[in-house]
Structure formats: structure tokens, C-alpha cells
Design a protein around this ligand. Structure first.
Ligand SMILES: O=C(O)c1cc(=O)[nH]c(=O)n1[C@@H]1O[C@H](COP(=O)(O)O)[C@@H](O)[C@H]1O
Length: 256
């Protein structure tokens, strides 16, 4: 059983309620903290402050390139489930090889860019399917930092919402387990694709949070109500004076 199978379902995602986890544990399964730090030492110090407050940690490019597999091992040793956010994007053969290289890392979730196209995505899914306990693959649709003008500058005239739907449908057809999208597209993806995709949602900001480089945002409660399976939250927790308290406040808002 993979760790994501422990998730208490989100009724807004059409999932039937299974009374296996307490509301508090279920809320924890819905929160992924993004450890965007330049060193393993800083990431582990933050993880230690959040131990007991959350169960999922995201290791992204900044941290993975600085600290490698060791940080994944160290966080697993502390008891965290790992979302390895490498956003793979290359020719199919290269991405399939990269998936095989990280498949045994112990991570439960791994990202790749949906815009790599169906051949890249299905090569990745095929590679993952041959390896026991490989991470579940998530296709990143349109980055939450992008607005309509940014998207247009890359040659895409569709709105972010339409582009996310198009990429999301294509990626699910190619065999990934889920999608990364902004909270503004979660409801329409649920409407189009039903309850099966795992929808992992960054761009989470409460009213008082600084948006920073994020464009397409919503609050934790709004994201869950619109059908998100899991939320990714970085700076609103990691730059707070009391990160554990910031996490607790978010958990309070996303309890089933
Ligand atoms: O794949 C991701 O996790 C991701 C996709 C996306 O479209 N937008 C996005 O912000 N993320 C990640 O989610 C995290 C959000 O961090 P904060 O903006 O600090 O909450 C960062 O680690 C991003 O790399």
C-alpha cells in the first residue's frame, strides 16, 4: 500500500467517507509542506520544527540539487512521506530513464511537466509501472505563478483555465496518477475528469499572506472545497515566526 492510499477521501472530490483516520490525521494527510531551502541542514531544521504537525514534505529542485538523495533519506527517517518535485521535462527516453533512477528513492509522489506531451508522459508511466513501490506520477499543468499574459508570452492563447483542462485530460489519458493545478482550476478538473485523479494544489494563500510570485491562488478552505486532494504550502508556513502554529491554523481549516 502506498502512503497516498491512507488519505481520508475529500467528499468535495466525490470520494466516499472511510472512517479510518481521525479528522486531525486526515487533515494532516491533506497538507504537504514545501521545503524550499538551499541546504539539507536548513531543511532538516524546519522539518524538526514541524514534526508532529504534518506528515508530508516536498523536496523540490533547490533542495534536491543541493542535498540529493540524502535529504530524502533523512526526512523519511524522521517519519515523513515525501513528494519529490523534480518537474521532469525532456524527450521520452530520457524522462523514462530519470523515472527509473528515482523510482527507488522512497518518495511517494514525483512530478513531471504535462507540457512534455503524451509520449513523454506515457513513457514515464510505463517506466514507473515496472518498478515496485515507484512514486505515483503527477503531471504539472500550468504553473500557479503564470497568468494569462505569461501564458500568451509562451505562445499559448488559451486562458490558464482552458489550458489546464486540456493538459490535465491529456496527461490522465497518458497514464499519470494525478495533476498539479492551481486552486482556481480544481473544480473544473473534477467536473471533467471525475474523482480518480489525485489533484495536488499549490498557490495556497490565506487573505493575510503575501502572494509573492504566485498568481492563481485561493485559501486552504477554498481549495479543499473545490475538490483538491492535497495542498502544497511553502512560505506561509516556512517563513512564519511559528511554523508549527501556521501549519496548525491551516489544518484547522481543512479538517473533514
Ligand atoms: O509542482 C509544484 O509543487 C508547484 C507547481 C506549481 O504550479 N506551483 C507551485 O508553486 N509549485 C510548488 O509549490 C510550492 C509553493 O510554495 P509557496 O508559494 O511558498 O507556498 C513551491 O515549492 C513550488 O515549487
Amino acid at each position: 500500500m502506498t502512503s497516498t492510499e491512507n488519505l481520508l477521501p475529500n467528499p468535495a472530490a466525490g470520494e466516499p467517507t472511510r472512517p479510518r483516520l481521525s479528522a486531525e490525521e486526515a487533515a494532516k494527510q491533506r497538507l504537504i509542506v514545501a521545503l524550499d531551502f538551499p541546504s539539507g541542514t536548513e531543511a532538516l531544521a524546519m522539518a524538526a520544527r514541524l514534526q508532529g504537525s504534518c506528515t508530508w514534505m516536498k523536496v523540490g529542485l533547490e533542495l534536491y540539487l543541493a542535498a540529493g538523495q540524502k535529504i530524502v533519506d533523512d526526512l523519511k527517517h524522521l517519519g515523513f512521506d515525501i513528494f519529490l518535485d523534480l518537474k521532469l521535462h525532456d524527450i521520452p527516453n530520457t524522462v523514462a530513464g530519470a523515472v527509473r533512477s528515482v523510482a527507488s528513492s522512497g518518495a511517494s509522489l514525483l512530478t513531471l511537466h504535462a507540457s512534455g506531451g503524451p509520449a513523454m508522459l506515457s513513457a514515464a508511466a510505463e517506466a514507473a509501472s515496472t518498478i515496485q513501490d515507484a512514486p505515483r506520477l503527477l503531471a504539472v499543468t500550468v504553473l500557479t505563478s503564470m497568468n494569462e499574459q505569461e501564458l500568451l508570452a509562451t505562445g499559448i492563447s488559451a486562458s490558464p483555465g482552458d489550458r489546464v483542462l486540456q493538459l490535465g485530460a491529456m496527461a490522465m489519458k497518458a497514464g499519470v496518477a494525478g495533476l498539479v493545478c492551481s486552486p482556481l482550476e480544481t473544480a473544473s478538473l473534477r467536473g471533467a475528469l471525475g474523482t480518480s485523479p489525485l489533484l495536488v494544489v499549490p498557490g495556497i494563500r490565506s487573505a493575510t499572506d503575501a502572494k509573492g510570485d504566485q498568481s492563481r491562488t485561493a485559501s486552504p478552505a477554498e481549495a479543499i472545497a473545490s475538490g483538491a486532494s492535497m495542498l502544497v504550502v511553502g512560505r506561509p508556513i516556512t517563513t512564519a515566526a511559528d511554523p508549527a502554529e501556521a501549519a496548525a491554523q491551516i489544518l484547522q481549516k481543512i479538517r473533514p
